[in-house]
Design a protein around this ligand. Structure first.
Ligand code: PMP
Length: 419
């Protein structure tokens, strides 16, 4: 009380607008409310944050009802696989649930090194390092390695985590049209010499469209212009290549063709986290210098053990990859034959049904939900407003009957939208 009296009075100035100190007037919250109001007006139920009551496999128990599930990246059916769960449980019994600090200070668990060795071997490179989040892997790796005198060229559809990493790095940024190697070449020819280091970032398989780049072309471009090439394998691992090894096996690349292999543990590997694999000079500096590794807790041993078991399972059971591929081909060919717009999908594990406006996508998702099918709508701004879609993530666990029933329901739902 006494202290307040001694404070000098505030100088007379224009009052601070309420929007500058209230979250309920924050532009993000206002946008969210507008979207909710719009959906409520059109009678569309909120499709997000549904609670799964068990393992989200080909089917999932949601709010007391079993749905055919296309909303999980459980490509090879490892999330919930008994071998993977057993490995994770054994690691909990041995090491507990947390490393409780950064690995640099609190130390390693042997399972970290085993996972990183297995990931490095997968790509035939020197080393790999695992982070606690796939998103943070991209942010901290790009943020650490590049700076304001560098240029980063990326596919127009690149994942948000790459864009955030670029922003953090302060590097110049130029997007090129999706999968357009020729446009990339033109940008390199025009701008390479204005910068110190140049990084090209692409994904091995794109999660919005289910298509993939002509990677050898990007390798040639990076070699010609002395640039680095980074490939995000989040959706390609377990899907591309005869044993699900990823883009390098699919395209017949050799170890040095890609400078930075990035991937996540959260999809095919049924865990949580991300990794970078490459030469020692890259991986070692990330281990000692990348803030998202250095100042963040180590991967919980159970997740490392589970992902390692999933990786071994993928390698030992290539029939999972073959089944996933067969299901994808079946879905794609049936959907296309029925006139569904599946865009440029290669029919591997990700198949969109592009329907136009966001509200159409939300209504179609609700129609499938009523038929016992869980497929999430992807709305603007994640995709352009006229390209909103439902996205179907396939798993090798889906049966042919589930695929057929889903395509039939999709076609019925699309016809009802037109009414
Ligand atoms: N890269 C891509 C291409 C992704 O799709 C995602 C997430 N879906 C990430 C990185 C981030 O991975 P995580 O969800 O494991 O943090």
């Amino acid at each position: 009380q006494r202290r307040a009296q001694t404070l000098a009075p505030l100088p007379l100035q224009a009052p601070i607008p309420a929007a500058h100190y209230r979250f309920d007037l924050h532009p993000g919250y206002l946008q969210l409310r507008a979207m909710r109001d719009n959906a409520a007006r059109l009678g569309v139920e909120n499709p997000y944050f549904k609670a799964h009551e068990g393992i989200a496999g080909a089917t999932s128990l949601i709010e007391g009802r079993s749905y055919i599930n296309f909303a999980s990246y459980n490509y090879l059916g490892m999330a919930g696989d008994p071998t993977v769960c057993e490995a994770a449980k054994a690691a909990i019994d041995r090491y507990g649930t947390s490393t409780s600090a950064s690995r640099l200070v609190s130390g390693e668990r042997p399972v970290h090194q085993a996972l990183e060795r297995a990931l490095a071997d997968l790509y035939g490179v020197d080393d790999a390092v695992a982070f606690v989040s796939g998103h943070a892997t991209n942010v901290t790796t790009i943020g650490h390695l590049f700076g304001p005198r560098d240029l980063i060229l990326h596919d127009a559809l690149i994942h948000n985590s790459v864009l955030q990493g670029i922003q953090l790095s302060g590097a110049h940024r130029l997007p090129f049209p999706h999968n357009d190697g020729q446009a990339l070449e033109r940008l390199l020819a025009a701008h390479r010499h204005e910068f110190e280091r140049v990084l090209i970032v692409v994904e091995g398989l794109y999660s919005m469209d289910g298509d993939y780049p002509d990677l050898p072309r990007f390798v040639r471009a990076k070699q010609r212009h002395h640039a680095f090439l980074m490939v995000d394998e989040a959706h390609a691992l377990g899907v591309l290549g005869p044993q699900g090894q990823g883009s390098h096996a699919h395209h017949g690349l050799s170890a040095g063709d890609v400078d930075i292999w990035m991937g996540t543990l959260s999809k095919t590997l049924a865990g949580c986290g991300g990794y970078i694999a490459g030469e020692s000079a890259l991986v070692e500096q990330l281990r000692f210098l990348a803030p998202g590794f250095l100042y963040s807790v180590g991967l919980p041993p159970a997740l490392a053990a589970g992902s390692l078991a999933a990786l071994r399972c993928m390698q030992a059971e290539p029939e999972r990859v073959a089944t996933l591929r067969a299901r994808g081909e079946r879905f794609l060919s049936r959907a296309r034959a029925a006139g569904v717009d599946t865009g440029t999908s290669a029919g591997l594990a990700v198949i969109p049904a592009i329907v136009g406006g966001s509200m159409r996508a939300a209504r179609l998702s609700a129609a499938l939900w009523r038929e016992g099918i869980n497929a999430q709508p992807i709305l603007h701004p994640a995709v352009p407003e006229n390209a909103a879609r439902l996205r179907f993530f396939l798993s090798c666990l889906h049966t042919e009957a589930q695929i057929d029933a889903t395509v039939d329901a999709l076609v019925r739902g699309l016809a009802a939208l037109a009414d």
